[in-house]
Ligand binder design. Structure first.
Ligand code: EPZ
Length: 422
């Protein structure tokens, strides 16, 4: 298995271009199942999770073509005009839980689906009860057989669905299902993430009638059919935030091109509170680390609150901040696994349930550490950037799931980082 070796102490500066959003691309690619016409997508990042999604769609009989252009991967075209299978197998769903998003579209367009339940993952049990509750309220017959959701829907109908939690995945699954269901479906306490709003934008470009996406009440008026679409995905706000933390950590000066400040308001306010200089320009955000930041408290919340996907990265910044900070994780029940690895690097972090109490230190020391999940793995790379000496990170396949060529991007900013082929 590959490893990443980082030699800390370099100040990062320059410009980096944000890739397309993984968490927007995944549901958008799946939404192509809702039409027999061709869908063309631009700006889809070259990530393991994207390749898994394309493999899943191909396994259903969907035609997938990716153009190559001079700069590498070009447009992606998908056509679900000959779907031959209505099943998402365990081996695919277990590697990437977002595969579960095929349930709504398959059920809505074809009247049946057999999708493996995703099971838990490193950061939590990750149940799908809200997805299933909503589909049941729309008239689906749902059985759980040998770890698979077996769903049948002779006649789905509009429904008023209340989500006990503003689940991103459940909102996306139900929104997609409702586009082809006769009548009005209302999703209350819907997730408001930019990726949810973007999915609604794409679906409406395909002829759907969705109103209120991005707010906590989404209304979907079913239509008979959807047509093809051409769409460029939004930039990845989590990747953008990750590079902003890198600038703050290394007292650097980075222009993050493509970053959408309006997708990162809570996060940017926290960076400012910690003493980081942020300047928001047209289509980019410039971040300057003017010295050691102040310890600030962080609580992750559903959008527009502080994003859980940037919690691990923020913990690294707090580990070398001046003062004590408390990081509270309210979204997932086990999302502090990076803390043990940071402690190996000398960080002073004490875990108490869903709270981490961090006493900032002058520096961390390089060590051999292990990635455990996607966002934790990138936080370990960030820690390596500022640690004294070398840091060697194993199990970086987690990193490849969600960050496009991150060592190349960090090297271009001046980091001393390399991938060691395993
Ligand atoms: C999406 O996951 C993202 N993944 C996650 O990013 C992100 O952390 C999460 O939203 C929260 O913002 C993608 O978009 C592909 P949820 P999702 O359903 O949809 C509970 C990354 O690193 N819940 O909003 O799975 C659940 O257990 C990934 O890119 C139920 O209880 O998240 C969690 O505690 C990690 N029942 C909370 O809701 C359900 O039926 C939020 O989960 C569904 C969810």
């Amino acid at each position: 298995m590959d490893k990443i070796l980082v030699c800390g102490g370099k100040r990062l500066q320059g410009e980096v271009v944000v890739s397309g959003s993984k968490n927007s691309a995944l549901p958008v690619l799946v939404s192509s199942l809702l039409t027999a016409e061709q869908c063309a997508y631009q700006g889809i990042p070259d990530l393991m999770d994207i390749r898994t999604t394309l493999k899943l769609l191909s396994s259903l009989g969907v035609r997938v073509e990716r153009e190559q252009d001079s700069r590498g991967l070009g447009d992606l075209t998908i056509r679900a005009d000959h779907v031959t299978k209505l099943e998402a197998s365990y081996d695919l769903v277990k590697t990437m839980r977002a595969s579960f998003l095929v349930l709504g579209p398959l059920l809505s367009r074809f009247g049946e689906a057999r999708v493996s339940t995703p099971g838990g993952c490193a950061i939590g049990t990750r149940p799908v009860n809200l997805h299933l509750k909503g589909l049941t309220e729309m008239g689906a017959n749902i059985d759980l057989v040998h770890g698979y959701v077996v769903a049948k829907a002779t006649k789905l109908h509009g429904a008023k669905i209340y989500l006990d939690l503003p689940s991103v995945g459940a909102t996306e699954n139900l929104m997609m299902a409702a586009t082809l269901v006769k009548g009005m479906t209302v999703i209350e306490n819907a997730a408001k993430e930019p990726e949810v709003e973007e999915l609604a934008t794409v679906l409406n470009k395909m002829g759907a009638q969705i109103h209120g996406a991005g707010s906590d009440v989404v209304k979907i008026e079913g239509v008979d059919a959807l047509h093809g679409v051409r769409h460029r995905v939004i930039p990845d706000r989590i990747e953008a935030g990750t590079f902003m933390v890198a600038a703050a950590l290394t007292h650097g000066d980075i222009v993050v091109r493509g970053a959408r400040a309006d997708h990162l308001e809570a996060f940017l306010l926290k960076l400012k509170e910690a003493g980081v200089t942020i300047s928001i320009e047209e289509g980019r955000v410039r971040v300057k680390g003017e010295g050691r930041v102040k310890g600030v408290d962080v609580t992750t919340l559903p959008y527009p609150g502080f994003p859980t996907d940037l919690q691990a990265q923020m913990m690294v910044l707090m580990a070398v901040a001046d003062g004590v900070s408390v990081v509270t994780e309210t979204i997932f029940e086990n999302r502090f696994m990076h803390a043990q690895e940071l402690i190996r690097m000398g960080a002073d972090v004490r875990l108490e349930g869903n709270r981490a109490i961090i006493r900032g230190l002058e520096s961390l020391s390089g060590a051999e550490i292990m990635a455990t999940d996607l966002r934790a793995s990138v936080s370990l790379v960030l820690a390596g950037l500022v640690a004294k000496g070398n840091t060697e990170i194993s199990r970086i396949y987690h990193l490849d799931r969600g960050y496009e060529h991150i060592e190349r991007k960090l090297s271009a900013l001046g980091a001393n980082i390399q991938r060691i082929k395993g």
